[in-house]
Design a protein around this ligand. Sequence first.
Ligand code: CA
Length: 669
Amino acid sequence: MLKNIIIPAFLVALTVVSTAQAQKSNSYELASPGGINKIKFNLDKSAPKYEVSHGKIQVITPSDMGFMLKNNEDFSSNFEITNVKKSTFDETWEQVWGEKKNIRNHYNQLVVQLQQKDKNKRKLEIQFRAYDDGIAFRYVYPKQETKDSIFIMDEKTTFNLKEDGKAWWIPANRENRDEYLFKDAPVSTLDTVLTPLTIESKSGLALSFHEANLKDFASMTLVNNIGTQLKSDLVPWADGVKVRVKDTFTSSWRTLQIGEKPADLITSYLILNLNDPNKLGNVNYFKPYKYFGIWWGMHIGKYTFWESDKQGATTKRAEEYMDFTAKEGFHHLLIEGWNKGWTPAWYENKMHMFSFTKSADNFDLEKVVEYGNKKGVALIGYHETGSNLINYLKEVDDAFALYKKLGMHSVKIGHVGSKLNMKENHFGQFGVNYFRYILEKAAQYDLAVLYHESIKDTGERRTFPNMISREAARGQEYNAWSEGNPPNHLTIIPFTRLLSGPMDFTPGIFDVEVKQGFPSKRVHGTTAQQLALYLTIYAPIQMMADLPENYEGKPALQFLKDVPTDWEDTKVLEGKIGEYITTARKDRNSADWYLGTITNEKARDVNVSLSFLDPKVTYEAQIYADAEGTDETHNPSAVAISKKTVKASDVLKLHLGGAGGTAIRFKKI
Ligand code: CA
């Protein structure tokens, strides 16, 4: 659709439509470029209000805006409009790497400048953007007449949903941060929830609330207080203040993506569009990749993170893993537990003292890196902070400098713990600023960052393409040591968590019964489904999480060799939240397409129309499916591999076992 209208960045059209006359009206309307989404702004008895509609459907009825400052100073009413500006913007920009190469950023904007009529005469600017795939607004507190420290005690923004709907939610402000299973419930029954919050509305729209470009501000969570009204609930500092700034602030964009069906949300790039353009240029030190790790062995109890006779990270094992990585034609290896400071109780909430420069006794970092250089295998660095940031921030420059000296260009940084420094919430302004500080520092050392136990993604990768992936959800590791992720988890997260950005889910377990692990712990799905996850979950780096011995000699490993992690385009062919999803992606570096389809616990027959393929090309479909009779509990590791010549006019009939899936490479012939 966009092929013919790609505009080079220097021809960006920024048209000021009108600088409206001040004071003439208190009501303004902003429509998206295609007219489908509309925002109405109104100053109602001196209080700013907005509402949102999609076509003929009213989505948000008049809702509150503004803040409560310290000393109960109300910053949500007693305003007058001083200026209003409307503009339109249209550009198509290229992602350095991503799920889609060229992204169109096309919106209409309304900027309303307000000033309070009392003695403080505080100014507030509200910026609204209307896109055809949703709406967004943010608050700018411009420089005022007098210098001041601002303490935001509460955000008053509400989202008054016109009607109830089924919300897919995880709780906010809990011990395990965002590592919870999604549940569904009517909006009207929610407590405090994290975003992205995805809602299937009664009139059939797919909605998702989130935020974009979050910096030097608190994360927004949502709370339901009355009826179907959601209210912004900023994550506070330990002392209860929500945001503390000097002189001026810009909130993150409050976003509402709107689709006709849930699959539309996945191919909406609104969050990325609301972030600033690339500040780093071409990050030549990072190219998307797939990686093995000395990692799963620790989670299933085969190895330890800490120094013991079962320690995972030894020089010897590192060299064996590098041999395996090189033999199978891969180039990246993660090693956890390589450094000093690990203890059997490392994950407990204590101010653990890890070293980020000193190797464990049985591990020689320099030697391992050198061995990798000979084998063409790059080591991915690993820092587990244990959320002791006082310790980490003291060492981080030396630690990054060490990686730079050794020629390493990726680092995974973990933050296990309920609170940062046992005090501050990961999602509060303190955490927001910490995660951005480390990201920008890593860029100075040519390091790409993979965050675990992090704050949520708000599209930072557009501005900082060294922000490659993060966990920020319940990943594969839960299958190693807990009751595990139920099969529907994987059919929910593409419509919820993954809307915020790439996830390091760590797919690719071939021995889904985890025979070397803890009794009764296992992956609740089939091996073919694990292959399909490389398509249904987007990330520029994807782990192949299993032990080398479980890949050795398995024909299905060929799919992991072939599947790229950098895409020209992405299409979600069908999907029902919690039930199934089918995703097709085109390789950025060849004419090939790939497809992944997965189902929840129910077996499913899928007819896939191949109309997304190039009609002028013939393809060989290389199909990795659940073998006959395979499902979660019957022979779950059996993958049936077949080949078929296909064209765009064909329809493929596939059978997915319960908790199963199919992965396909369409190779141009
Ligand atoms: Ca984790």
